[in-house]
Write a protein that binds this ligand. Structure first.
Ligand code: 13P
Length: 254
């Protein structure tokens, strides 16, 4: 059992006023940093890049994450953001390979692996997202798809796997209100754990998060599964009360 990590992914939401209100309410409602540490729970928000500086100043015991990163170190890459730039604002984590980027920006497994590699090289922890579409699940391909996505990352980054976080996010459960049952999620998390174990002797310490319509009412049952080490939360992370309830659920099972 690893520490539980409760991560909000704000996606392309927020503005200065709303972010201040959300972070104010989250920080006010959280237990102290010491209490979170005692319960072995970490809390993270992954915010749009323009707001990293704002949220860095408001974050209290909450860790700071970004939602994407360039595979390049710097230079003539218009619109890209480098890991060093993210680090400048105290960012510790970065999501790579979210299904919205795989779908809308045609990111391949190989590109995701390079983004993870560039993050690791600059001391950022990549949260590597994997997950199948509904069509792939219905075709019985879930395991193969997830293994292929993760294999690309392991192939390139095998030597520093302990610094990774993996997030299993079934595409059909994202933003749809349809959640994988705890048993469905656990089954895939177990496959991911086994694959990590084959690559690293420290695989037990690699957090595997579940994402996809996780909310205040289903979090406890999901987080109680042996290989579910936390959540990557979209919609419910934009509501302080819901996000705090998920953190409380993690404290209760940790
Ligand atoms: P929802 O929680 O809104 O389904 O989003 C999940 C997600 O994509 C987190 O990265």
């Amino acid at each position: 059992m690893t520490k539980k990590l409760i991560a909000g992914n704000w996606k392309m939401n927020g503005n200065l006023a709303d972010n201040a209100a959300l972070m104010g309410a989250v920080v006010a409602g959280l237990p102290s940093a010491e209490a979170l540490e005692a319960a072995q729970v970490s809390v993270l928000v992954c915010v749009p890049a323009p707001y990293l500086a704002q949220v860095a100043a408001l974050r209290g015991p909450v860790d700071l994450g970004a939602q994407d990163v360039s595979p390049q170190k710097g230079g003539a890459y218009t619109g890209e953001v480098s890991p060093a730039m993210l680090k400048d604002f105290g960012t510790r984590f970065v999501i790579v390979g979210h299904s919205e980027r795989r779908q809308n920006h045609f990111e391949t497994n190989e590109l995701v692996a390079l983004k993870a590699q560039n993050s690791l090289a600059h001391g950022l922890t990549p949260i590597v997202c994997v997950g199948e579409t509904l069509a792939q699940r219905e075709a019985g391909e879930t395991e193969a798809v997830v293994k292929r996505q993760l294999a690309a990352v392991i192939h390139v980054n095998g030597h520093c796997l302990t610094e990774l976080v993996v997030a299993y996010e079934p595409v059909w459960a994202i933003g749809t209100g349809k959640t994988a049952t705890p048993e469905q999620a656990q089954a895939v998390h177990a496959v991911i754990r086994t694959q990590l174990q084959a690559a690293s002797s420290n695989a037990k310490r690699i957090p595997i998060l579940y994402g996809g319509s996780m909310n205040a009412s289903n979090a406890a049952a999901l987080l109680a599964q042996p290989d579910i080490d936390g959540g990557l939360i979209g919609g419910a992370a934009l509501k302080a009360a819901d996000f705090l309830q998920i953190v409380a659920a993690a404290q209760a099972v940790a």
